[in-house]
Write a protein that binds this ligand. Structure first.
Ligand code: ADP
Ligand code: MG
Length: 255
């Protein structure tokens, strides 16, 4: 923990029809903290960060970003869903990086990064491009500004996606299995970029099966199963001596 809570998740529930995907999840993420979320497929990891990013609505509980309630506003004493415009503004304070990089195929690398800052945040094009070039340098792709996504490897595309996410100057970055779609030899270059962000103090929630990354980079690790947080704590202790049989079994499958 290095600072004030940036993100607070309180008792959130999410149902899909009769299936409970999140069954009362609490999570605090301090400013500058890196929280790594692990857990078996279907345990609710994606749903958790999709709820935080307001890509899903929640059925109960509350999520706060810097003490501001997400998605709802109090009017005449009752909580009501916010307008889509206000939700979009809140969403713009976080960046999410997906398993499938989701770059825009007919935009160059540079334009993929500058599009939102220029069109959504009204930044000057020259300034946005200068910043994008600096970000490309940081992710090791300074010479790819004018390439198109299809001309890049998966690892390079994901590094562009991360540069794009950082260009939005997010308060919190959310990663959903950012290396799961990559060939094994390309995983490290993406994890290396994420390690760099963590070292610079970015506040991050990272869903990943990369246990070594969790051990090395996480300030805190969270293990989910069946829509609940089953264990959480400092990664070294938790991953070396899990308290629950369920985490022990999970780790045995992910060495
Ligand atoms: P994880 O990311 O840990 O693999 P998910 O959060 O994607 O798990 O899913 C949690 C549970 O919710 C799973 O049982 C999944 O099938 C279900 N689920 C997720 N999204 C949907 C959806 N849009 N519609 C119906 N069920 C969903
Ligand atoms: Mg998932």
């Amino acid at each position: 923990m290095t600072g004030e809570p940036a993100l607070r998740v309180r008792g959130i529930r999410k149902n899909f029809a009769d299936h409970t995907a999140l069954d009362g999840v609490d999570l605090d993420v301090a400013e500058g903290e890196v929280v790594v979320v692990i857990g078996p497929s279907g345990s609710g990891k994606s749903t958790l960060i999709r709820c935080v990013h307001q890509l899903e609505t929640i059925d109960a509980g509350a999520i706060y970003l810097d003490d501001e309630l997400l998605g709802y506003e109090r009017r005449r004493g009752t909580l009501r869903p916010m307008s889509a415009r206000r939700v979009a503004a809140q969403r713009g304070r976080m960046s999410m990086v997906f398993q499938q990089f989701q770059l825009i195929p007919h935009f160059t690398v540079l334009r993929n990064i500058t599009e939102a800052p220029v069109r959504v945040h009204g930044r000057a094009k020259a300034e946005a491009e200068a910043e994008a070039r600096e970000l490309l340098r940081r992710v090791g792709l300074a010479d790819r500004a004018h390439h198109y996504p299809r001309q890049l490897s998966g690892g390079q595309q994901q590094r562009v996606a991360i540069a794009r996410a950082v260009a939005a100057r997010p308060r919190v970055m959310l990663f959903d299995e950012p290396t799961s779609a990559l060939d094994p030899e390309l995983v490290d270059e993406v994890l290396g970029v994420m390690r760099g962000l963590a070292a610079e103090g970015m506040t991050m929630v990272v869903v990943t099966h990369e246990i070594a990354f969790a051990r090395e980079v996480a300030d805190r690790c969270v293990f989910m199963e069946a829509g609940r947080i089953v264990e959480s704590g400092p990664p070294d202790a938790m991953l070396t001596s899990p308290r629950t049989a369920r985490l022990r079994a999970f780790l045995a499958r992910h060495r």
